[in-house]
Design a protein around this ligand. Structure first.
Ligand SMILES: Nc1ncnc2c1ncn2[C@@H]1O[C@H](COP(=O)(O)OP(=O)(O)OP(=O)(O)O)[C@@H](O)[C@H]1O
Ligand SMILES: [Mg+2]
Length: 303
């Protein structure tokens, strides 16, 4: 994979901060090497492992994930969680498997438009019934999306949501393949006691991921400490926990650089460490951040 380079002018950084930056850069490269040389325990059923089909994620999860995983992507608003989920959905569709998309944050019509803008032709998948939307965006307010949707959530009742999802899976004969996309969990947290939503996540993990062997990919925005605490609690419940955030120094310098960390992935090797990336017309692109000290002509002397 090629690398973009963002040169960050570190006028406001102390030497200590710069050192920390270099240290973590070296450390994540080190972990990449470590993960690339890690092999899975022999005897595991390779068919149960799936790749996410998104180059940066495949680098972070070099052997993929177990198909029966509940995957949570948590992070600040605008750090690319939805974009990442949609890239995963597109790759699953492109390899011939079905995707059930539970849309809570966006109108399914806008999701379709946004994917098509990226050159992902969805019409065929919709016609084949391989991309199936459950509308949890406007349905509960009586707003009718223009997109074809299989079901509408009329409320955020957790049991109703689980039975809608399992009904859609069963009527489309989806098991041992495909994926559920759930973007995002936040409306459930706004409506219910947190323990109820943890139970919802557990129900999906058991009834969808484990019982039907279908991976669930969900997002959680963490705008406040409360949500950061919720994410920390969910970290131990889920099988794969991915975090996104802004790269503060690069953002300060005017570059829209984000960072991703696969914090945990049950039973598979992970390339640990924060990896800076940008969203470009090529997709998720890894970025190397070089910090240029004030008064320095080039950044090369800093490596
Ligand atoms: N096709 C695209 N090309 C370039 N940049 C894009 C594209 N799609 C999204 N982005 C960038 O990704 C950023 C946000 O991505 P996304 O909506 O995935 O974030 P998010 O983490 O889901 O945010 P939220 O928590 O608000 O839902 C946007 O600021 C936008 O600039
Ligand atoms: Mg989003």
């Amino acid at each position: 994979m090629g690398h973009l380079e963002a040169v960050v002018f570190a006028n406001n950084s102390s030497p200590k901060e710069l050192f920390d930056n270099y240290f973590y850069l070296n450390r994540h490269i080190y972990f990449h090497v470590l993960a690339a040389s890690t092999t899975l325990v022999r005897g595991m059923d390779q068919e149960m492992l799936i790749s996410l089909g998104v180059p940066l994620l495949d680098k972070l999860l070099p052997k993929g994930i177990w198909r029966n995983s509940f995957v949570l992507i948590a992070g600040e608003g605008g750090t690319g969680k939805t974009y990442i989920l949609q890239q995963i959905a597109a790759s699953i569709l492109q390899r011939g498997e079905p995707v059930i998309y539970l849309a809570l944050d966006d109108d399914p019509a806008d999701i379709i438009a946004s994917l098509e803008l990226r050159g992902i032709e969805l019409k065929r998948f919709l016609e084949e019934g391989r991309l199936v939307f459950i509308d949890g965006y406007g349905g509960r307010y009586g707003y009718e999306t223009e997109a074809p949707v299989a079901e509408r959530l009329r409320s955020l009742d957790i049991h109703a949501a689980v039975s809608t999802i399992t009904r859609v899976l069963d009527s489309n004969k989806v098991s041992n393949k495909g994926a559920i996309i759930l973007d995002s969990l936040n409306p459930f947290f706004q409506w219910h006691d947190t323990n109820m939503v943890y139970d919802f996540v557990n129900m999906l993990r058991i009834l969808v991921a484990k019982k039907r062997n279908i991976p669930v990919f969900a997002t959680l925005h963490t705008p406040t400490q409360l949500y950061a605490d919720i994410a920390a609690t969910m970290e131990y419940m889920v099988d794969v926990f991915i975090v996104t955030r802004y790269h503060a120094a690069a953002m300060e310098a005017g570059y829209s650089v984000k960072e991703i960390l696969v914090k945990k992935a049950r039973g598979v090797p992970v390339a640990y460490g924060w990896v800076p990336f940008m969203i470009t017309d090529k997709g998720l692109e890894e970025v190397r951040i070089r910090v240029r000290l004030p008064g320095q002509a080039t950044a090369s002397g800093q490596q």
